[in-house]
Design a protein around this ligand. Sequence first.
Ligand code: GTP
Ligand code: MG
Length: 218
Amino acid sequence: MALHIQTKQESAELGKRLFAGECTFFAGSNALENLPIESLPEIAFAGRSNVGKSSLINALTRQSALARISKTPGRTRQINFFDLSNKLILVDLPGYGYAKASKSKISGWTQLVHTYLKGRPTLHRICLLIDARHGIKPSDETLMATLDQAAVVYQIILTKIDKVSHQEIETKKNEISLLLNLHPAGHPEIIETSSRNFSGIPKLRASLAALAAPDQVS
Ligand code: GTP
Ligand code: MG
């Protein structure tokens, strides 16, 4: 049988179709005991507080109020699961690195997030969001090291690129690429996005659609 290699246009079309489907919240977990049963492939959105995780899920699904967004960091306080047309599960995580929440809350969330990310067999990809203005911070490196050890693949997604110049984006990408060489579970491709002007969103949709089993994208 001849192998069909998907063209860029085909994968973009697949991504567009998948993310045009209905997306609904179906579970929120604040402890490992109440995580939903593993089923469809999951894509988790991780990163520091305020980096734009919830906004990115809303931009991908074109639903402005699906995942809650706030000007106040620390808004997402539990692991939220969204079902995308019964084909893929999008997972919005609480952010880490927010100093104003109580210490016990921060360590509770961080532990929950790390444990979920390390031990979820249906987790197909972690999108590790990095603010294009700030680059990778020590708290991101801690998570990267944990994921390297657990051999769980993560992909760096730059956020808020509408706030920086092309030159700054290139500089940040080069810095991150060098760092990724030291992290075995880091996916080499960095995707740059803006949830405000939607740049990079079609590319990310295409990349994530490829992770759903072929028979699940119709
Ligand atoms: P936590 O749930 O606290 O961890 O935050 P989060 O990572 O989910 O961030 P959220 O999506 O709530 O966004 C935080 C702030 O950044 C909000 O004020 C958003 O409007 C803003 N924001 C998110 N994405 C973008 C973007 O692409 N461009 C710009 N300019 N602002 C953005
Ligand atoms: Mg959030």
